[in-house]
Write a protein that binds this ligand. Structure first.
Ligand code: GLU
Length: 498
């Protein structure tokens, strides 16, 4: 290629990351951050990296890391890169990269941009209190830099074992400040005067968040840092690490927080906040993804998006600057929309655990063939908003004996109604085929002859067969149950005390 002009004009490939700390489950806010990173990467034909930030050994657990991966997979947010750990690429884990952080800290020490600090926590606390009492700044006073703790090679603090007895601090030189062009918030200015010589490596050799995050973002070639705007206050420290390393800074996009309906930060008080809790309540991942995508981002008035449409339309420019309010009712509505579109075989597979949880016995489920189960799912999928709701509202079609709602029985199964049910039984039995269409036409003719509305004739059958006053179309229910069960249930209802 002449002159290699392609490499001059081409922009570097977009590389983004989601970097959760495994200190709990993946919550709705984290999932949205992950999704925006993923969508941005897919939209830009870039790379999406998952990095588990587990350097805080006390608060991180393997269980929560596994839970986060499970939730990411459930949402379909697959990551592109990571160390090969016998199979698919694993996510990166900071705890496996400690040497790298130490190497970079050493580099900064060698360059005179960082120094060892041997002040003990007690000394620091004492000085902080004294400064507070005197009305002075509580920032670290740079004492160990002035003491000359600049030698490369670890210092040993008396009484503390291990090679990393001292902490490593970054030397902050007041250069005034820096402004970043945040892709969501616009220009944000940070003043150096607000910063002190913060810690890069703790005395046990573990990196601090602000240091590890930069080393990794550099090594992983991250071009855009997309994260919650609760991290804006960390950004100036991270910028100082880039500056000290002499490396270009990535673009930043700080996305606004998610609030509860009362406009306080979304928390357990507002209901479920864990992504997998929604799976357990019977939400579909595509509904969750669609909902989270729209929580702070928009594309005109469109509410329902296929995954392909989200990828096509997603840009950071259209992420709003103000906090989004989590609306469980809208999420439920969206889930209902997706449930109506779900293929019956998928629905049945998803519904099995929900049927069992609602009390349908496993043997009962095993006895039914797939076509029948799919017919049940199809019949109930139109009204429900969750899988759990489909399961509980359809439970009666599995049961040999049902419980009937007392109020419904008293109101609907009156003596007159029972007489009409009894009169219709032989006519139903005489039908050449026991189908919804044949039943409907019989009921229409009978209702007309009796001078009744169809619903008045059908309602006692609904209560007798389902135990409730509301159900999907009753003729289709009858066809599903089959004549034998219908007859048994009707005869039993006729004996019920009104
Ligand atoms: N581990 C940090 C968190 O979970 C990541 C922040 C970042 O994306 O820089 O909040």
């Amino acid at each position: 290629m002449p002159g290699g002009s392609a490499s001059k004009t081409s922009t570097p490939q977009v590389r983004v990351r989601f970097a959760p700390s495994p200190t709990g489950y993946l919550h709705v806010g984290g999932a949205r951050t992950a999704l925006y990173n993923w969508l941005f990467a897919r939209h830009e034909n870039g790379v999406f990296i998952l990095r588990i930030e587990d350097t805080d050994a006390e608060r991180s657990t393997d269980e929560s890391a596994a839970g986060i991966l499970e939730a990411m997979r459930w949402l379909g947010l697959h990551w592109d890169e990571g160390p090969e750990v016998g199979g698919p690429v694993g996510p990166y884990r900071q705890a496996e990269r400690l040497d790298l952080y130490r190497e970079y800290a050493q580099k900064l020490l060698d360059d005179g941009k960082a120094y060892y600090c041997i002040c003990t926590p007690e000394e620091l606390e004492g000085r902080r209190k004294a400064a507070l009492a005197a009305g002075l700044s509580t920032k670290y006073d740079g004492r160990c830099w002035q003491r000359g703790n600049r030698q490369p090679g670890p210092l040993q603090r008396p009484g503390v074992g291990g090679a990393w007895g001292a902490v490593v601090r970054l030397l902050i030189r007041d250069g005034g400040g820096i402004e970043i062009a945040d892709l969501v918030h616009g220009p944000i200015r940070f003043e150096d005067a607000d910063l002190d010589d913060f810690i890069l490596l703790r005395s046990d050799g573990m990196p601090t968040y602000n240091f590890a995050v930069v080393v990794d973002d550099v090594l992983m070639g991250i071009t855009h840092v997309i994260r919650g705007d609760d991290h804006i206050s960390n950004t100036p420290r991270q910028l100082k690490v880039y500056e000290a390393l002499g490396l270009p800074i990535p673009r930043f996009a700080h996305i606004p927080m998610i609030l509860g309906p009362d406009r306080s930060r979304l928390s357990k008080r507002h209901g479920a906040t864990g992504v997998m809790a929604y799976q357990q309540m019977g939400y579909l991942p595509e509904a969750m993804v669609n909902y989270l995508a729209r929580l702070g981002w928009s594309h005109g008035d469109q509410e329902i998006f296929t995954q392909e449409e989200l990828v096509r339309h997603f840009t950071l420019e259209k992420v709003g600057r103000t906090a989004a309010v989590f609306d469980p009712v809208k999420l439920e509505w969206l889930n209902g929309q997706y449930l109506r579109q779900a293929a019956p075989d998928r629905l049945v597979a998803l519904l099995r655990p929900f049927w069992e949880a609602s009390g349908v016995r496993r043997e009962e489920l095993r006895r039914k063939d797939d076509a029948w189960l799919q017919a049940v799912a199809r019949l109930f999928q139109d009204r429900a908003r969750t899988l759990a709701e489909i399961a509980s509202s359809s439970r009666f079609v599995f049961e040999e004996k049902i419980e009937r709602d007392e109020v419904a029985v008293r109101k609907v199964l009156t003596e007159g109604a029972k007489a009409r049910v009894a009169a219709l039984l032989p006519e139903i039995e005489a039908l050449p085929t026991f189908t919804a269409a044949a039943l409907e036409s019989l009921f229409r003719t009978r209702a007309a002859a009796l001078g009744l509305k169809l619903v008045d004739l059908a309602q006692p059958f609904r209560v007798a067969l389902s135990g409730k006053t509301v159900s999907p179309p009753i003729f289709r229910i009858m066809e599903l149950l089959g004549w034998n069960l219908v007859r048994r249930r009707l005869e039993e209802a006729l004996k019920e005390e009104g």
